[in-house]
Design a binder for this molecule. Structure first.
Ligand SMILES: Cc1cc2nc3c(=O)[nH]c(=O)nc-3n(C[C@H](O)[C@H](O)[C@H](O)COP(=O)(O)O)c2cc1C
Length: 363
């Protein structure tokens, strides 16, 4: 993913390295995602039947079976094709959205296209999300590249990823992010699918969320701190000692979610260290439309599509348990439950002047 590559023949090898490092090393952040400071208030009288809990929801205009997105990760290599195939089979069966990884490899080497388009072959009906790094538009890409990425996989939306932390830790990383907002504006104008702007593990602040919304994005994926950590991945890839200094860099997912919600009116997706259904429930209660999950699904997809399905079903069950205990029979009700925000997350939001007391007494 991501790395600026002057030797284009190295792209597929890098794709493999990313996958191998992610599944064999501890690439998760030492910092939490902040959800330990988000408490859903227990209802001793749920007044609902667990078996009737409904987790269906609407994601960017499409009905999906639960508020979970398989976040964009891979493509560009034979092994990545198999992973994308397994993710797609599961996404299709479950009717949940599925992202691919950066399509740059295939935009530069046509013969790699099938490592991405395989998702459409196996998920003809699922909501599929294309992916390109915004910084590429400051270097060499035009809106045609975004159109080609969408076309390549018959995408229902495109995610433009922001990864300044990773780029700055790479010797050959792209360091000119000056045209990113122009790129969002241009791409939004010429594409007829929704544009999602996503971070990749360092979060999005309220200031940036405002700029992203103004540039015309249809949704934000916060990609916050607390899950897969690209400073760690860069450390393992290149033995990069400088990366260590930035292991804890970023805005925790729970904080970034609240910052973005407090400052924009566009849908927000909570991604970054989401590992169970309780964290999904907390995200929805705070106001996210869905949660993105990457690494746990990657680890299952290298085994089989069945394993991906099992993981998603486990998270769905946990989400329903949290909904039962908050007396929420559907996602609309979950959005209105009372939430306590404490500890470091509260301290941060107070310092930022974001009002949170209304979360605690909503009904
Ligand atoms: C192996 C791997 C590759 C990734 N590649 C991309 C990518 O190409 N584009 C992108 O937008 N995000 C990429 N991501 C970031 C994920 O979409 C997600 O934002 C991040 O991993 C946080 O989620 P997690 O903690 O559930 O893994 C990648 C993540 C992993 C683990």
């Amino acid at each position: 993913m991501f790395k600026r590559n002057n030797k284009k023949e190295g792209i597929d090898r890098r794709k493999l390295e990313h996958i191998e490092i992610s599944i064999t090393k501890d690439v998760e952040s030492e910092e939490s995602n902040g959800f330990e400071d988000i408490i859903l208030i227990h209802r001793a009288l749920p007044q609902i039947d667990f078996n009737e809990i409904d987790v269906k929801t609407v994601f960017l205009g499409r009905e999906i079976s639960m508020p979970i997105v398989i976040a964009g990760m891979t493509g560009g290599h034979k092994k990545a094709k198999e992973i994308n195939k397994n993710l797609a089979i599961a996404a299709e069966k479950l009717n949940i959205p599925l992202g691919v990884g950066s399509q740059r490899a295939a935009l530069e080497k046509k013969e790699l296209e099938d490592t991405f388009s395989v998702v459409r072959d196996y998920a003809p009906n699922a909501f599929v999300i294309a992916n390109i790094g915004i910084v590429q538009f400051c270097v060499e890409y035009t809106v045609e590249h975004a159109e080609m990425a969408v076309e390549m996989i018959g995408a229902d939306a495109i995610a433009l990823h922001l990864n300044p932390l990773q780029e700055i830790l790479q010797e050959e990383g792209d360091r000119n992010f000056s045209c990113c907002l122009d790129a969002i504006r241009e791409i939004k104008k010429s594409l007829n699918v929704p544009v999602i702007v996503k971070e990749t593990g360092a979060g999005i602040s309220l200031e940036d969320a405002v700029l992203i919304e103004k540039a015309g994005a249809d949704a934000i994926d916060v990609g916050g701190l607390g899950g897969t950590n690209f400073a760690k991945i860069e450390f393992y890839r290149n033995n990069n000692e400088k990366a260590k200094l930035f292991f804890n860099w970023g805005i925790k997912t729970a904080i970034s979610l609240i910052e973005c919600l407090s400052s924009t009116n566009i849908p927000i997706i909570a991604t970054g260290g989401i590992r169970n259904g309780l964290e999904v429930a907390k995200s929805i209660a705070l106001g996210a439309i869905a949660c993105g999950i990457a690494l746990p699904f990657l680890k299952k997809a290298v085994i089989s599509s069945q394993e991906v399905l099992k993981e998603a079903k486990k998270i769905e069950e946990e989400l329903k348990m949290a909904m039962f205990l908050t007396g929420s029979k559907n996602i609309e009700e979950l959005k209105k439950v009372n939430v306590i925000i404490k500890g470091f997350v509260k301290e941060w939001l107070d310092a930022r002047g974001i009002e949170i007391s209304s979360f605690a007494r909503r009904r």
